[in-house]
Write a protein that binds this ligand. Structure first.
Ligand code: AMP
Ligand code: MG
Length: 422
């Protein structure tokens, strides 16, 4: 009984009060499901996908003792702190080992990657010897036993874990897997993400605008943001503000997609309209998130599909996508960590930034290095949530938390570079 009351209180609360950005994120991250199905892909096709298996090394790396330099393979007993001349009895090539046993007063030429010949254990760089056609002379005191040799199993032992599930496969991973002879990997299936725009004032590009109409730009920025995430994109177009059509679009999306993202129609005044439809077909909360821009956000479920209703203003859409939706999509894809995701860094703010206490702000800024190499950030100017140009001209978000007030010139701030984020 008590629990039921507490639960109701929590949900009523979530609808009427503002949530902080971390609260909204925490609630989303604990709610969204992670994709379970997987598929096997040829190595190259796995680039950017999320690994769904643990990869262990089927071989030892290096496979054999080999040289890390071009030079001469000798026996370490020859290193008796004198100047010495050794007889060169052949060459060990990469891929073509020297056949035979090398004695203490002998050596072979050896190339990088070549098997260390039997009887030798040390490599002298060719720059450190005086060579003739069949001998080489060097100062033994300058060298150590075992130098310039890569030992078998030094990098990886058989069975050693090289990549963990949840890893986003990056270029060096392709190379690493290839170096182990692995030609196929199991990855998570792609997340299917549908989206549409709604708003009676919107027209598609290619159409002629009448007075009071604007082009639907959100579908294009959304497409761009989604295309970077290596998922299946379902563009459902422009849906007019007609209840039956919106409801039909929602149900159609729920049959075909894991996630639906809509833009527009979640602010006060419009919310009740969409709210009614969403509550008929699913469970959706309308949140006021204490963030600027972008506070009205709807989040919930229609059947098994996760739903994000983002604000219509073009900058608000992008900010809420990057701060709220993108982390959720990454988690749903099964990503544990993405090493390309560069979160935040500190920079000295060279502009005065106006801000009131109470809401987190994601202002747009231009990050640069000054003559001393110090990172500085400058405001990109007018911060209106409809001014998409402010996103195009910027290269970072300036993160200002709810408690912060106006930032004076010269103060340090946290910035999130677009590089890595976009
Ligand atoms: P709304 O969230 O529907 O109240 O819309 C807020 C503002 O964003 C209004 O000025 C809308 O015209 C604009 N807007 C909504 N959807 C889009 C869109 N898809 N493309 C460009 N602007 C939009
Ligand atoms: Mg609207």
């Amino acid at each position: 009984m008590t629990q039921t009351i507490a639960h109701q209180a929590c949900c009523a609360d979530a609808e009427s009060h503002s949530l902080t950005v971390p609260q909204a994120l925490a609630q989303i991250m604990t709610t969204v499901p992670v994709i379970q199905s997987t598929e096997k892909l040829a190595l190259r096709n796995s680039l950017g996908r999320v690994l769904a298996q643990e990869i262990t090394s089927p071989i030892q790396v290096s496979a054999y003792n080999n040289s890390s330099m071009d030079g001469y393979a000798i026996h370490s007993q020859a290193l008796d702190k004198t100047v010495k001349t050794l007889r060169v009895i052949g060459t060990a090539w990469a891929g073509r080992p020297f056949e035979g046993v090398v004695q203490v007063d002998e050596c072979t030429r050896i190339m990088t990657g070549a098997v260390i010949p039997e009887g030798t254990d040390t490599v002298i760089m060719q720059e450190h010897v005086e060579a003739t056609a069949d001998s080489m002379k060097f100062n033994t005191a300058e060298h150590q036993a075992g130098q310039n040799v890569r030992f078998a199993g030094e990098d990886l032992q058989i069975g050693q874990v090289v990549l963990q599930p949840g890893r986003v496969i990056l270029p060096p991973d392709l190379g690493l897997l290839a170096s182990l002879g692995i030609d196929e990997v199991r990855v998570k299936r792609r997340l299917r993400v549908a989206f549409f725009s709604s708003g009676d004032e919107l027209r598609s590009i290619g159409e002629i605008l009448q007075q009071g109409q604007i082009y639907d730009s959100n579908r294009y920025s959304l497409y761009g943001m989604l295309a970077r995430l290596n998922l299946d994109i379902i563009d459902m177009g422009l849906i007019p503000d007609v209840p039956e059509q919106l409801q039909q679009a929602l149900l159609e999306a729920a049959d075909n997609a894991d996630v639906l993202i809509t833009s527009g129609g979640v602010s006060v005044g419009e919310a009740d309209f969409i709210k009614e439809i969403l509550q008929q077909v699913g469970e959706v909360n309308f949140w006021r998130i204490a963030m600027k821009p972008g506070h009205p956000v709807a989040f919930g479920k229609v059947k098994n599909m996760t739903f994000f209703g983002l604000p219509g203003n073009p900058v608000s859409l992008m900010v809420t996508f990057y701060q709220i939706v993108q982390p959720a999509l990454r988690q749903m894809q099964g990503q544990l960590n993405d090493p390309t995701q560069f979160r935040v860094m500190k920079a000295r703010c060279v502009s005065k930034l106006k801000k009131k206490k109470g809401r987190a702000e994601f202002q747009r800024g231009i990050l640069a290095q000054d003559a001393q190499g110090e990172w500085t950030v400058q405001s990109s100017g007018s911060q209106g949530s409809h001014i998409l140009r402010s996103m195009t001209e910027s290269n970072c978000f300036i993160w200002l938390n709810a408690e912060q007030t106006t930032i004076e010139q010269g103060e340090w701030v946290e910035v999130q570079p677009f590089a890595g984020l976009m």
